[in-house]
Ligand binder design. Sequence first.
Ligand code: AHR
Length: 525
Amino acid sequence: MKCSFLLGLGLMSAMMPLQVMAVDTVHLSIDASKTGARIDRNIFGQFAENLGHGLYEGIWVGPDSSIPNTRGIRNDVVAALRELKVPNVRWPGGCFADQYHWRKGIGPRDKRPATVNSAWGDVIDTNAFGTDEFMDFIQQIGSTPYVSINIGSGTPQEAAEWLEYMTAAAPTALAKERAANGHPEPYKVGYLGIGNESWDCGGAMTPDYYVSLMKVYSRFVLNMNPAQRSKDQMLKIAVGPGTPDTEWTEAVMQAWKKHTWAWDINGLSLHWYTVPNGWPPSTNSEKFGLDDYVKTLKSTLFMDEFLRKQEAVMDKYDPEKKVTLTVDEWGAWHAPLSGSNPAFLVQQNSLRDAILASLNLNIFSRHGDRVRMANIAQMINVLQAMILTDKEKMVLTPTYYVFKMYVPFQDATLIPVAFDAGAYTHGGVSLPRVDAIAAKGADGKLLLEITNLDAENSAAVDADLTGITAKSVKAETLTGAEVDSINTFESPNSVAPKPAAAKLQNGKLSVTVAPRSVTVVSIEP
Ligand code: AHR
């Protein structure tokens, strides 16, 4: 079965014995003169909730720590994140956002009140990492803030004042307070989340109740930064669905269609985690085998169908695709690591998670006309993290390396790829054998990503290239000895990208991709 942009299961190959199937060459057809939607850099966004050791210890160690830091923020973590060119960071939650009262996190740190983080484990929150520390972190990593406001236990006034504190340039009382706290210049806030999972932890609201609140918050929570008035305007993201049914999306989009001068939204959020056995999460994040591997990847591929369903509703009310679908929580959610606080959502990160990440990034890219923003959950020490830390130690996860390999895809333009995905079957579970996307990078290079889902066999890949005179090629691959290979503090490079051999001949590219791998090929025109 040929497919363009879409995955296809090759029925012929699915019926053939595994060994025969695995040595078949995969043929890709790429016409570089044809282009699709832009792969918005914002789909590579991150999520940093006040949860477990995501902020405290993961980012914030305090200025007096022996761990090297700049104004309390870990230097090693900042240096690693800068490499990812993180486009935006969602903060402070998550469920935590609807319990956060920003005033407790500003001013001299020794005067800030201790509070209880009742969203995540009832631990004491010193509030040392507040608004100004978050903005400092954002500036250090070179990103853009995506601030989720509290519409659950807060008020429109509290949220409006928070935005004024962050963004007012005129000498208002709140701007003066910010200046007194050491920040005379207003901050830029790129994105505003109006609540979080308001159908659940954010207040168990009905769609109609949420829509009424959304209008009020959209109307009164204003960005006052003069530099964001005519350009770089702050985009407002409404709460969207977390289950495949479309009732919530219908309600928000129907309201949006009738929006007036007084309010607007620019995005609808969507949350979908890969939880192969359903809730509560029970898959192991370390020491697992092929059964778990195929089950997890099968489950993650559902993202495509989920997006299609919601997009169909959005298209009905917004055929011009003005409202972006923002997948601001996604990733693998496994069982908590044994011995960890279950409320801290600590899990290992393996090669399987890296492959899962590339599959989702490819799905988002193929949906680029509607999905223009996404945030993996979460950045550090929580769920499918980029980085794990333990006191002064830090390790980069396989998922980190996928995000690093995809940097050239930020703001690239999708190019259609036609291919027969074939099938990889294990234990009765059938997956596409390969996945691939192609794009024209912002620097003009032709980019190709190939994910080999087959855990046991490499794949020889041939690509016919038309619409480009290819001069030279470079490739790198991420793989590991087993599907559950991980990076540890003792052995940090078990799963790290390595150069791969790729060849150009008579307008054809050939590359052999390792079993269970993510490969990015870059072709110089
Ligand atoms: O990412 C962890 C939690 O998952 C978030 O706080 C919440 O929004 C979601 O249910």
